[in-house]
Design a protein. Structure first.
Length: 368
């Protein structure tokens, strides 16, 4: 398969294993992996410069492998927002609308909180201080107190930059980011010789700092099949009747939820009278955030090995990366019946990932 360079300058990451983390796993210097020539990378035997289309290829298969694992184990391997109605840009797997029950099992386990994704700018175009590496952004005045809510993006994009540290103290946030993670969007498709590490004009001079948080004023929507005007009267139209509901998370791990009619006002939910003529809604649309907040080494290894198994061509780079790829692509000459029928594939990487998945599942046989 020929690998064609991406038309876009950057690709939004969609894997719990970030590209910087993948570089660490395959023992590649991060700068070389991100397309930067850095003479300080003397601690690494391999310093081959990676091209963008190879990084994009790896990123694609990391995301694809993660999704395949998540579908098998019943929960996300990184926090994701799930909503109750189809919206442009949201994959179908992150939509949770289902028949009403009490309690109801969410489509995905490891529910973190009920609500919808909300964002607010902390500082757009915040200056990056490149006088040292890691570079420093801030201190920036903020009312945010939870560092997990702070996100950093290439300016004017939705492409995330992964800081090495975020600290909040005294109403100010300070962010440190290794320089090579901030290659200019316009230079992301780097030359084969790499970009010059010492030339700071190759890297973002500013970044956008954003708060991503949960808006708990939207939890759930209860749905009846026809319009209602009162408890005793139905207007038999082709439209449905909806009523807001609040979500109580009874068991976050398996995603067991109670959903009751309620209204939101003044920062809190209060129960309300069910006004539809039928006794129970027929459907509930759920809004919540779910997934594990910290990836274990086992989960990380499963993603990487399955990604290698799915990659049709060996990655760019040194012998170490190619050896890991070859290990995970290897198919034994003799296969057991179970191995031959492995849903992830017959290669060593696919088999290891499948076995991991069986130990990571919430409950054997449970369907989400």
């Amino acid at each position: 398969m020929a690998i064609v360079p991406s038309e876009s300058t950057l690709t939004a990451e969609d894997s719990a294993v970030s590209l910087p983390r993948y570089a660490q796993i395959i023992q590649s210097p991060e700068c070389a992996f991100m397309g930067v020539q850095c003479d300080d990378d003397t601690d690494y035997e391999c310093r081959d410069i990676w091209m963008k289309h190879y990084r994009d290829n790896i990123q694609h298969y990391l995301a694809e492998a993660q999704q395949e694992l998540e579908d098998e184990i019943g929960y996300f391997l990184m926090p994701r927002w799930v909503i109750g109605a189809q919206t442009d840009g949201i994959p179908e797997r992150q939509i949770d609308a289902q028949p009403y029950a009490f309690p109801v099992l969410a489509r995905w386990g490891h529910v973190i909180e009920a609500g919808v994704r909300a964002t607010a700018s902390i500082a757009a175009g915040s200056v990056v201080d490149h006088s040292a590496d890691p570079a420093v952004v801030g201190p920036i005045a903020t009312t945010v107190t939870d560092t997990s809510e702070v996100k950093v993006y290439h300016p004017g994009t939705t492409v995330e930059i992964h800081p090495s540290a975020i600290a909040i103290a005294g109403g100010f946030v300070t962010i440190t980011i290794p320089r090579c993670r901030m290659v200019l969007a316009s230079l992301a498709d780097n030359p084969s010789g790499g970009l010059d590490y010492t030339d700071v004009t190759n890297f973002e001079a500013t970044v956008d700092v954003t708060r991503e948080y949960c808006d708990s004023s939207t939890n759930a929507v209860l749905v009846w099949p026809h319009s209602c005007t009162s408890l005793a009267t139905c207007s038999c139209t082709c439209g449905d009747y909806t009523q807001t509901g609040c979500i109580y998370v009874k068991d976050p791990v398996i995603g067991e939820l109670d959903v009751l009619p309620a209204t939101y006002s003044g920062g809190s939910w209060s129960s309300t009278t069910q006004v539809c003529c039928t006794s129970n809604p027929v459907m509930v649309r759920l809004n919540y955030r779910a997934g594990v907040t910290t990836l274990t080494r086992q989960q990380e290894d499963a993603i990487v090995r399955l990604a290698h198994a799915k990659m049709p061509e060996e990655p760019c780079g040194c012998e170490i990366a190619q050896r890991l790829w070859a290990r995970d692509r290897e198919i034994p000459k003799a296969l057991t019946r179970e191995r031959a029928n492995c849903p992830f594939g017959m290669s060593d990487g696919a088999w290891v990932a499948w076995r991991f998945a069986q130990t990571l599942k919430l409950v054997e046989g449970m369907t989400f």
